[in-house]
Design a protein around this ligand. Structure first.
Ligand code: NAD
Length: 351
């Protein structure tokens, strides 16, 4: 099974380690070093099988290559997955992270990492104890730039401005009905920015703390998670998990555009075509969720100030406008247009 998964993949290589002490599998997928050092988050969760974890790492690593290429940012694509056993003992977490850090250090700069689903800046502090200097996004107390969520949210917000300009004739989001799925690190900050800009925001989440904060304290309209695809809005913003745009869900959508941070939102490439046929403008996730990775890498590795990082992240708007125009002029999906742009940059770097 693992052989079949790897044969299908077009990346450079995978480091696989079984951590005997915890029972966790570690997969570090290096997709491409063409544009720069492979860099991507570390996802830590329980999977149905080690193969499913490997598949996730491979897909996410390839996504990172395209993400950096579309943004013209000099990093390569990589991603790590720590697949925890179902009976993982949480008291083992710190030791597991320290062993993982030592593995990153052994790779000697072939892979740089930061937080992803299931890991935080605090975890990066721990991993950094053994993995420095290859760890991004540690807490400010440990000399890092902190969480990537707010910068990712700014990138998504800038993308919404581009969509506003193309779809509604103005980049102001004031009065726009925007539905955010997932009010976590990215979605929560995005909601605050949208409210500040005068948008009419509604949201959905499974977490009681998020519901309390945004529904009860901020007074926003809460949408039950199973109603999300049937709720009318101008812009739907998936900020929870991937694979949600598929044959079953796309036909239920009642929005004019989709602009969100979740990685790999389209279940298949065919779903991009479906969205086009339904007249829904789709902002490719790998183009618009670059903000956090770009800002943190820029500030920690390239010496950017926070103002410079913010200005760079706001460039997502220009990049997306270019992609929307390319898609329109060639009559192709926005996903295909974004891939063309990224592939052209990768091809130029390969010469
Ligand atoms: P997070 O874990 O902080 O937040 C996700 C939120 O979604 C949580 O509040 C969770 O309760 C909620 N959620 C989960 N399932 C849901 C469902 N079915 N319906 C409604 N809500 C649901 O994660 P995050 O850091 O905010 O990232 C969100 C997404 O954006 C993820 O897919 C992540 O891979 C992607 N992303 C994040 C970053 C970043 O900088 N954090 C960068 C790029 C992409």
């Amino acid at each position: 099974m693992i052989e079949a998964v790897l044969k299908e993949w077009d990346g450079e290589g995978v480091i696989i380690r079984y951590d005997h002490l915890s029972g966790a599998w570690i997969f570090i997928a290096i997709h491409s070093s063409l544009l720069g050092p492979p860099t991507g988050g570390t996802r830590m969760k329980t999977y149905s099988s080690p193969e499913a974890a490997l598949q996730d790492a491979l897909k996410l690593a390839a996504g990172m290559t395209y993400k950096y290429a579309a943004a013209n940012f000099a990093r390569g694509g990589g991603k790590a997955v720590i697949a925890l056993p179902a009976n993982f003992d949480p008291t083992q977490r710190r030791d597991l992270l320290l062993r993982y850090g030592a593995l990153i250090r052994q790779l000697n700069g072939s892979f740089y990492t930061g937080p992803d689903v299931g890991t935080s800046s605090e975890d990066m502090d721990v991993i950094g104890e053994t993995g420095a200097p290859y760890i991004f996004s540690r807490t400010p107390a440990k000399g890092g730039a902190g969480s990537s969520g707010p910068a990712t949210a700014l990138g998504v917000f800038s993308a919404m401005q581009a969509v506003g300009e193309k779809c509604f004739g103005s980049d102001s989001l004031s009065g726009r009905k925007i539905l955010v799925q997932g009010a976590g690190g990215v979605g929560g900050t995005l909601i605050e920015m949208l409210v500040e800009d005068g948008a009419e925001v509604s949201f959905s989440d499974l977490d009681q703390n998020a519901i309390r904060r945004f529904r009860d304290e901020m007074g926003l309209h809460f949408v039950e998670p199973d109603q999300i695809f049937d709720t009318e809005c101008d812009i739907f913003s998936p900020c929870a998990m991937g694979g949600i745009l598929n044959e079953q869900t796309v036909k239920r959508l009642k929005c004019k555009a989709i602009v969100g941070a979740a990685n790999n939102q389209l279940a298949t490439e065919r779903d991009a075509q479906r969205l086009k046929e339904y007249g829904i403008m789709y902002a490719p996730d790998f183009v618009i969720s670059i903000g956090g990775a770009m800002a943190i890498t820029g500030m920690e590795a390239l010496g950017w100030s926070s103002e410079q990082a913010e200005a760079e992240v706001r460039r997502v708007k220009t990049t997306l406008l270019k992609i929307l125009e390319l898609a329109e002029s060639r009559d192709i999906t926005t996903e295909a247009a974004a891939r063309r742009l990224a592939q052209a940059r990768l091809a130029a770097a390969a010469i």
